[in-house]
Design a protein around this ligand. Structure first.
Ligand code: DOR
Ligand code: ZN
Length: 423
């Protein structure tokens, strides 16, 4: 199987490689400008050709919650968003706390057309925060990370044991850093807006306290701890201080925390209900500053699909989560890059080299012999977000109708064209 991406501008973490035809053969990058017959042609003229993105944080709801998402819809959505690899979270039903479930996910994902799946497994059995899972067996079955994401690990002693165990195995521990008792029943950021709306708040202190605990345990144990979805200025400041003092932590932020605030909740629409919550303009400014000063290591989507019926309940009842795989790049490109807040190269780094470094994976490159995971971006294209066109089962989106630029038009994974925008 040989494929050519013709006439695009090639850009990766090593720099701008100029305008060439890129050839891909048998799952790897073959070279530039080689010529000769191909099985598939992709017109990339006037477009950007760059390594496919990596997302260390997606909820694919498989097994057990396929009404929300499944491997086929989720991995297709990832490919449509320009992602070549995603790490799936373990808060499924049953929870991914057993090596058999990991092995089954890996086997089924290999038969699905879309992004590559690298599953995470749970830290604790049933996400109950009481008893560790068998990290060694889970890793042997294919898990690349351990996380109870969705549920903070409340018990610090259990978290310490998890970090000691993971450090021995070289597994990344991802945290959902919110103090459960401070978060309590909060459904949105605690502040002036929650007071005005009369909704229970979740204070930034809940995040800052837990980032501190998680970072200190990382320092104590030497475990590689990845702090998921940091949402607040104070949470990020604690993380920055921990990093400066040598804690082996890395930091993720999400597209929604970079672009939305708690003011979005004024219409009481649970489409904006997410955990950790959307915070203030000042928090958004702090997260944006963190993208360039080294305190943020990766952008992860925290793609969290739910059914429309669930999300149409009231603010107290509806589940937390925003489905965003298919808008992440155009959203961040339009609002941040075209908005003058972030260079394009840095945005790409946070979606490519950054997450690879968090995981200890090779930096994705458009070089001969490298895996042929490639995305074609049409930076000039402008289109309004239309949830009805999403591959994800969650068609409701905070950005419905918003005109965005920079849509991914083709995605190649392991040398196969798994997404092509028909316009
Ligand atoms: O918004 C969220 N959705 N936050 C979480 O922690 C869990 C996730 C989900 O699984 O829906
Ligand atoms: Zn999550």
């Amino acid at each position: 199987m040989r494929l050519a991406l013709r006439g695009g501008r090639l850009l990766d973490g090593a720099g701008d490689r100029g305008t060439h035809d890129l050839y891909v053969k048998d799952g790897v990058i073959e070279g530039l400008g080689l010529g000769g017959p191909v099985d598939v042609d992709v017109d990339a003229e006037g477009k950007l050709v760059t390594p496919a993105f990596l997302d260390l944080h997606v909820h694919l709801r498989d097994p057990g919650q396929e009404v929300k998402e499944d491997l086929a819809s989720g991995l297709a959505a990832a490919a449509a968003g320009g992602y070549g690899t995603v790490v799936s979270m373990a808060n499924t039903d049953p929870v991914v706390d057993d090596p058999g479930i990991v092995a089954d996910l890996v086997a089924r994902a290999a038969r699905v057309e879309g992004a590559r799946l690298r599953p995470a497994a749970a830290i604790s059995r049933g996400l109950r925060g009481e008893e560790l899972t068998d990290f060694a067996a889970l890793k042997a079955a294919g898990a690349v990370m351990v996380t109870d994401d969705g549920v903070p690990v409340a018990d610090s002693r259990l978290f310490r044991s998890a970090c000691e165990y993971a450090a021995e195995l070289g597994l990344v521990v991802q945290t959902h850093s919110e103090d459960p008792t401070l978060r309590d029943g909060g459904v949105m950021h605690e502040g002036a807006v929650s007071q005005r709306l009369g909704l229970p708040g979740n204070p930034d202190a809940a995040e800052a306290v837990m980032v501190f605990r998680d970072g200190e345990v990382a320092r104590l144990t030497g475990a590689r701890v990845h702090i998921a979805h940091v949402s607040s200025r104070r949470g990020l400041e604690v993380a920055r201080w921990l990093k400066a003092s040598g804690a082996p932590i890395t930091v993720e932020v999400t597209p929604h925390h970079l672009t939305l605030t708690d003011e979005s909740l004024c219409g009481f629409d649970p489409v904006y209900k997410v955990a950790p919550p959307l915070r203030t303009t000042d928090d958004v400014a702090a997260l944006r500053a963190g993208l360039t000063d080294g305190s943020v290591d990766a952008i992860g989507t925290d793609h969290a699909p739910h059914t429309l019926a669930e999300k149409q309940q009231d603010m107290l009842t509806a589940p937390f989560g925003i489905a965003n795989l298919e808008v992440a790049f155009p959203l961040l490109y339009t609002r941040l890059v075209l908005g003058g807040a972030l260079p394009l190269e840095r945005l790409l780094w946070l979606l490519q080299d950054g997450p690879a470094r968090v995981m200890g994976w090779p930096a994705p490159r458009l070089e001969p012999g490298a895996p042929a995971d490639v995305t074609v971006l049409d930076l000039g294209s402008e289109r309004a977000v239309d949830g009805a066109r999403f591959r994800t089962k969650a068609k409701h989106t905070p950005w419905q109708g918003e005109a965005l630029r920079g849509w991914p038009v083709a995605t190649v994974v392991a040398g196969r064209l798994v997404h092509r925008d028909e316009g």
